[in-house]
Design a protein. Structure first.
Length: 379
């Protein structure tokens, strides 16, 4: 269980801890490459001749980023000469820092964290050190904030977390940032904070080691699904004044709902909020490579198995808080140029209608001639 922390010190503590967390990833192991056995990475990338090995920094293996990274690996390797090495990480904040240092070619990041990192605001890790080289590739899907507790915990609202023990996600992660935003907006001044990955957070709920856990990801989250099969759980809704205040304070947040039945035993809809997951890279990445990666994903969206209902070309540029990489922009520009112009479609439709009218006119004329012939016969 985490130590008891006064809320006014949390941001500073989280910031310095996040620096340690990120810095811990830059040692010999990082230089030698990911260790598949130690960190749970997927199989090694095997690029074809002329292709490159691209490191994709994802998130914890119990979250949504890691299996989504597996989808990206399969799709890109099937449709380009490039190979992708998916690496499990502490997720958004760590991934943004990795891109800033150009230690990963691709990374999955929350849109709010991308904005903070690029502009050097909000988070101590990036204060006065903006990661101005970070570039967007595409928006992917909404990441829903889950606040889970045991069904008999008597915690029904965010305000009930005053004095409680709360797992706010990995140190320095986007989840922790969002969790602290929620607690602050609700006026929670005192709580005991624990910081772990999704899987450990679920275990803590099951064992009664924490009163609540806040996780962020596309539903259903595997760790919570597993928890719900063995424990009676409930969710703390983010609604009412707390949600209104959050939406006013943070423009990157949006209203969201976890549909009833998503998790075993939770039959009612749960009102909450969400951020957006996005794929990012850095400015110096080869334009052609990023264009090929972007094309592979959005020309083959049906091949996604994770969050497949959301990943779509039409929404790929929505809620993008930073500039697109030139390669991604080139792909989207080509798609736009290839799409028929609406006015042209309308003109074509009108042309078809005109042709139909002409045909009808010809038929009328023929019918009129028949009538004349009929009149002649009558005569």
């Amino acid at each position: 269980m985490g130590k008891h922390i006064n809320r006014r010190r949390v941001i500073a503590i989280a910031g310095s801890a996040g620096v340690v967390s990120v810095a811990g990833c830059i040692g010999e192991d990082a230089e030698e490459g990911p260790d598949e056995e130690d960190n749970g990475d997927l199989e090694e990338a095997e690029p074809e001749e002329g292709g490159e090995v691209l490191a994709l920094h994802a998130g914890g293996t119990e979250g949504t980023y890691y299996p989504l990274g597996g989808d990206m690996k399969s799709i890109v390797e099937a449709h380009t000469p490039h190979g992708i090495q998916v690496q499990s990480t502490g997720a958004s904040v760590e991934n943004a820092a990795s891109l800033g240092r150009e230690e990963a070619e691709l990374a999955l990041i929350q849109n709010d964290i991308a904005y903070f990192a690029h502009n050097g605001v909000e988070l101590e890790e990036f204060e006065d050190q903006p990661q101005e080289n970070i570039r967007g590739i595409a928006s992917l899907y909404p990441e829903t904030i889950h606040m889970v507790t045991q069904e008999d915990s008597d915690i029904e609202s965010v305000e009930d977390l005053e004095g409680a023990s709360v797992n706010t996600g990995d140190l320095g992660s986007g989840t922790q940032v969002n969790a602290l935003q929620i607690l602050e907006s609700a006026g929670i001044d005192d709580f005991s904070e624990s910081n772990t990955d999704f899987g450990t957070a679920a275990d803590q709920i099951a064992d009664g080691d924490v009163d609540a856990a806040i996780t962020v990801g596309g539903y259903p989250l595997g760790a919570i699904e597993d928890l719900a099969t063995t424990q009676d759980i409930s969710f703390v809704e983010v609604d009412g004044d707390v949600r209104e205040q959050l939406l006013e304070d943070a423009e990157w947040l949006a209203e969201d709902t976890i549909p009833g039945g998503t998790y075993d035993g939770v039959e009612d809809d749960v009102e909450t909020i969400s951020v957006q997951a996005m794929l990012a890279t850095y400015e110096a990445m080869d334009e052609a490579v990023i264009e090929e990666v972007t094309a592979a994903m959005f020309d083959n969206v049906d091949d996604f198995t994770t969050q497949s209902e959301y990943i779509d070309l039409e929404t790929a540029q929505e809620a993008m808080p930073i500039d697109l990489h030139a390669g991604a922009q080139a792909y989207f520009d080509d798609v736009d140029e290839a799409e028929p112009d609406e006015d042209e479609d309308e003109d074509a439709e009108n042309g078809d209608e005109d042709d139909e009218d002409m045909e009808n006119g010809d038929e009328d004329a023929e019918n009129g001639e028949d009538e004349e012939n009929g009149d002649a016969d009558d005569e």
